[in-house]
Design a binder for this molecule. Structure first.
Ligand SMILES: [Zn+2]
Length: 448
């Protein structure tokens, strides 16, 4: 058994953190989570045989939307007046350079950066399937296997959301150039490849994804949705990230992307719509009524000038909200979480849309559920033993009450990370990966 004594811990559904909490785990799961004092400031004299966790300890953070290779683009897309589509051109350039070995190195470093930020589980929305001209590797899931291995090295869990990416436009233009390596030809061949990938590792689940209504023809949406439903795995889909996507979908199908997905059986409680930045009021109702989750990626949405999605309206309609760092312009779920509230303030010129408890849930338990890990994201007996400790004595957090951490801390304030009972980050350092050096080398490999 392992025992930790948290100076403060945020227990399920509590309005604020509790001082002096003894946390016990065996075989990667919490066996008991016990407050030792009756509230008030931490008792200085509490003596327990346990690893001390100074600061605030949270459940593991879930990054529900990632494209690992986009990490190589950080800081490289601002020097000319680029738009979304010129950003995408550079993304394709990097995509064209990757092979299973270089992707393993880049993803390992990127996932280790996530571990340093307190992320214990990532949802990798994966579409870089084949060789550069579209020819499958000898192992047609070699790129998937590289991502699984990368997450194992980084010490975090992975939900590999294998994305069907079949066409270049809503009206079915074929994939060309760098896009060719994304495609399996049709949804049945995509399904055959996904079904053949059965990693045994305990840190991974395989889920499904529809890249977007642009990339999967309407008559093949149900094939992907049916596979996910039969397998009982999460299904993710980019939805209405850009107004241009809505316009193209209306022009071809006479309805919005959300309506099209609903009409082909894609929506539901096991589905997560990523972004949902530009839904109509009817779309919001379709998402909420079907209990479809929505993954917000505010730092990417601002980086790409996508706009501000209607987060409060989506939540009120019934969609559970999760968070993703998507393009990794920033890997910091504290920043993603507070942006959900702060962006609403900018849009409405009012404060107070989301409380700290809602932001905590989006960053933890709801994100894990969206990735198929219903037994993670809460400090409670029976749950996976994930712990993220945030220091309260840094220049950013000193003097901040523990309840205010989501409006003050950054990823750099994470000192200790435990995943499934194993310590992955201690004293702010990854235990096995030299993260800055590996990021520098892996990015140089695909950009120079
Ligand atoms: Zn994305």
């Amino acid at each position: 058994m392992t025992r930790w004594l948290a100076e403060y811990a945020w227990l399920p559904d509590d309005a604020e953190p509790t001082p002096d909490v003894l946390i016990e785990a065996t075989d990667g799961r919490f066996t008991a989570v016990t407050p030792l004092t009756g509230g008030g400031p931490p008792a200085a004299g509490v003596e327990v045989d346990a690893v001390r966790l100074p600061g605030l300890t949270l459940p593991g953070l879930a990054n529900a939307h990632s494209h690992a290779f986009h990490r190589a683009l950080r800081g490289r897309t601002h020097d000319r007046r680029g738009d979304f589509w010129s950003w995408r051109d550079l993304m394709y350039t990097v995509a064209a350079r990757l092979d299973p070995d270089s992707y393993l190195a880049l993803a390992r470093a990127t996932y280790a950066e996530m571990a340093l930020a307190g992320i214990t589980c990532v949802g990798e929305f994966h579409y870089l399937h084949h060789g550069p001209d579209g020819t499958p590797y000898d192992d047609s899931n070699a790129m998937s296997a590289a991502l699984v291995e990368a997450a194992a090295h980084a010490g975090i869990r992975l939900t590999l959301l294998d994305a069907a990416y079949l066409t270049a436009t809503v009206d079915g233009e074929p994939l060309v150039g760098p896009q060719r390596r994304f495609g399996d030809g049709n949804a049945l061949r995509w399904a055959d490849r996904v079904a053949a990938f059965r990693p045994e590792d305990g840190h991974v689940q395989v889920g499904a994804a529809i890249h977007s209504v642009r990339a999967v023809p309407a008559d093949q949406l149900a094939t992907v949705a049916n596979l996910a439903e039969r397998a009982g795995v999460p299904l993710h889909v980019h939805v209405s990230e850009q107004p241009a996507e809505n316009d193209a979908c209306r022009a071809v199908h006479g309805r919005t992307p959300t309506r099209l997905l609903a009409d082909h059986g894609v929506l539901g409680p096991h589905t997560t719509a990523v972004h949902a930045t530009h839904p109509t009021a009817a779309d919001v109702a379709l998402l909420g009524d079907s209990r479809t989750g929505v993954c917000l990626c505010p730092t990417t949405e601002r980086d790409l000038a996508d706009g501000i999605g209607p987060a409060r309206r989506l939540a009120e309609a019934g969609s559970p909200l999760s968070l993703g760092s998507d393009s990794h312009a920033v890997v910091d779920l504290f920043e993603e979480a507070r942006a959900v509230e702060l962006d609403e303030r900018l849009r409405t010129r009012r404060r107070g849309h989301f409380g700290a408890v809602e932001l905590l849930a989006a960053a933890t338990v709801t994100g894990h559920a969206a990735l198929g890990w219903a037994d993670a994201g809460r400090l409670a007996a029976g749950f996976r033993a994930d712990l993220v400790t945030v220091r309260l004595d840094s220049a950013r957090t000193a003097g901040v009450p523990p309840v205010g951490v989501f409006f003050a801390a950054t990823a750099a304030d994470v000192t200790q990370v435990v995943v499934d009972g194993r310590t992955v980050v201690a004293d702010g350092r990854h235990r096995t990966v030299d993260v800055p050096t590996e990021l520098r080398d892996a990015i140089a490999e695909v950009t120079s």
